[in-house]
Unconditional design. Structure first.
Length: 189
């Protein structure tokens, strides 16, 4: 089975956070969502949405949730049944939004078909540490980085504990381990 290669960036992130991943061509949008979660290090505990331009579009790919709250002018296609290969043949750029509270917007660019046998997703390249889950979006992440970059800031210990850092360990906003990303992606089928 061939693969599809994508470049994905966290829009407006400072420092710049991006990944280049390859996924099986028969993936659904839901499996693609899981691959992006693994590639960035998100924890998959919030809703997600794929569309051409974000929340402004009338058609999106997301999980169908029957909670009684539906937008009458929004067509939600079931991410568990919709194949990415049928969409990315026609459209090269998409927006993936994760966590509607923190509003993590990702630019997803289809780059090419990879002519090799692919059973699981894998990461080719990347940069930047993914912001921690529930840190308050880009503004909260910027505030967290400012605290870590201010010598002896009183909130550093609280943030370090929240992030699970051991004493003396620092948060490196530029760090991205492709090996660690691929260990997470290896768990996906």
């Amino acid at each position: 089975m061939v693969g599809l290669q994508f470049y994905i960036e966290l829009i407006d992130s400072r420092p710049y956070v991006w990944r280049r991943i390859v996924v099986p061509h028969d993936y659904t949008f839901y499996k693609f969502h899981l691959a992006i979660q693994g590639a960035f290090g998100w924890e998959n505990c919030h809703l997600f949405h794929f569309s051409e331009n974000g929340f402004l579009d009338k058609v999106c790919y997301a999980e169908i949730i029957n909670d009684g709250n539906t937008a009458h002018d929004l067509v939600t296609k079931d991410a568990r049944r919709s194949k990415i290969k049928l969409v990315f043949v026609k459209q090269n750029d998409f927006v993936y939004i994760y966590d509607f509270g923190d509003n993590w917007k990702h630019r997803v660019v289809f780059e090419r078909v990879v002519e090799e046998e692919i059973e699981r997703p894998y990461c080719v390249a990347g940069g930047g540490a993914c912001p921690p889950e529930d840190c308050g979006g880009l503004g909260g992440y910027a505030a967290m980085l400012k605290i870590f970059n201010t010598k002896d800031h009183p909130e550093q210990a609280e943030y370090s504990e929240w992030l699970g850092l051991v004493p003396g360990e620092k948060w490196d906003a530029d760090f991205c381990s492709i090996r660690e990303v691929n260990k997470r992606l290896c768990l996906l089928e």
